[in-house]
Design a protein around this ligand. Structure first.
Ligand code: UD1
Ligand code: MG
Length: 398
């Protein structure tokens, strides 16, 4: 029985109960401070308080502050093998997460520009990469069997590994935020990713692989899951609160931190398959090859209470070469709807996974779209485990 893990679990339960209790209080406070958004997929565009993620993020931090002395005191009593390095890693992990909570809250209040959303997570990852360098500094990757005859068993990619980890943090923090806009989706996907990480950590612990690293990951991810479950209770359809960008960045950074310091940054990406698809699909709009409206969430039809795809409009001959290339490819693959008027005006759906589901299945009720997308997330986790275990051992084992 691992006493530190057991204590962490008890603290997580406490964090869940505390969050469930205090969210309604802060909900009122946020309404009073006018930090509210309009639920765009409802008949009367209901006013809903924003940024409740900041509340659960704070509960998470407090839970972690209470937890930090635990492995250390078990270590002093000879019941745990907690080391100085792990202590530093925990502190640095919380430092990076804290920075992203601050950035998220700033974004909710100030509506930051995209360049800040890319730059700031990169900077917030630097302490993390530093501690990785000092404590671990493994930058080698295992070469698949078919390439070993000319590359050898492992390849050291050196500084590129650090570039990859920095980019991973930027990706994770933004990926959840751009797969958003319908009730429960932000927090729902984060819950499934967190649960997948926990299953993976326990599997590796049982197999006896990198025990310390996976235990470290569990220390952070269990209270995260607990506080997110509390958010879900209030954010699921019909939403009583919005989680805000605060939550999206907080969640993304927590995943990046456990992936990097838990030494499973490549496996972590497998749990982000829907987010990767959504990002790739979004590229033409994110890089403005195709016009990108402020909101790309689906269009609400008050007569039927169903969601339709939201659209973007442009002149066919005014999109650049890249834009043309992307839309031609997407049209061939039947990934987008396409209406062309005689004057060359084109109307197509916004390129998000939510809209893609609606392109395929037609108008659907909001809660059902959320469940469909969360279903895709669960299915992706199953695929991730198949890739990580049977397939990886086929390609990598001697
Ligand atoms: C990202 C997306 C944007 C999407 C938005 C929805 C990109 C590039 N940006 O922008 O397309 O519309 O998230 O969160 O992909 N809202 C709802 N129902 C919900 C959740 C949010 O109506 O369940 C609306 C509310 O008006 C809320 C607003 O979305 O106030 C929050 O949007 P915000 O987080 O500021 O948008 P971005 O993250 O900038
Ligand atoms: Mg957002």
């Amino acid at each position: 029985m691992d006493l530190s893990l057991a204590t962490n679990f008890i603290i997580s339960v406490g964090a869940y109960i505390t969050s469930v209790r205090i969210i309604p209080t802060f909900r009122e406070k946020l309404i009073k401070s006018n930090l509210i958004g309009h639920d765009l997929c409802k008949k009367d565009k209901t006013k809903v308080p924003e940024s409740l993620g900041v509340v659960t993020a704070c509960v998470f931090l407090v839970a972690m502050f209470f937890f930090i002395p635990v492995p250390f005191s078990f270590f002093l009593n000879g019941k745990d093998d907690f080391s100085q390095e792990e202590f530093v890693e925990l502190i640095v992990a919380l430092l990076s997460i804290c920075c992203m909570i601050l950035l998220g809250f700033a974004d909710d209040v100030l509506d930051l520009r995209w360049r800040h959303k890319v730059l700031l997570p990169t900077i917030a990852t630097l302490p993390l990469l530093m501690v990785y360098y000092v404590n671990y500094n493994s930058t080698t990757i295992l070469v698949p069997k078919f390439a070993r005859s000319f590359l050898g068993l492992t390849v050291d990619i050196g500084v590129l590994y650090y570039v990859y980890m920095g980019m991973l943090a930027v990706f994770c923090t933004n990926a959840i935020n751009i797969l958003a806009g319908i009730n429960g989706l932000e927090v729902g996907q984060a819950i499934i990713i967190a649960a997948s990480i926990i299953v993976f950590n326990f599997t590796e612990l049982i197999l006896g692989n990198q025990v310390k690293a996976h235990r470290f990951s569990l220390y952070l991810i269990s209270p995260f899951l607990a506080t997110s479950l509390a958010l879900w209770k209030y954010n699921k359809y019909p939403a009583k609160i919005f989680v805000g960008d605060t939550f999206c960045y907080f969640a993304g950074m927590t995943f990046a931190v456990v992936g990097i310091l838990g030494h499973f940054s490549k496996t972590l990406l497998l749990f982000f398959i829907p987010q990767i698809i959504n990002f790739l699909y979004s590229v033409p709009q994110l890089f403005h090859f195709i016009p990108c409206p402020r909101h790309r969430l689906p269009q609400y039809d008050s007569k039927t209470d169903l969601l339709h795809t939201s659209t973007t409009t442009f002149q066919k001959d005014k999109i650049g070469r890249f834009g043309f290339l992307f839309v031609t490819l997407f049209r061939k693959l039947k990934f987008i709807s396409w209406t062309e008027k005689p004057d060359g005006t084109v109307i197509t759906n916004n390129f998000t996974l939510i809209n893609l589901v609606l392109v395929i299945f037609g108008p659907v009720h909001e809660s059902i779209v959320t469940h469909m997308l969360l279903g895709i997330q669960v299915a992706s986790t199953l695929i991730a485990f198949i890739i990580r275990y049977p397939l990886a051992s086929y390609f990598y084992n001697k």
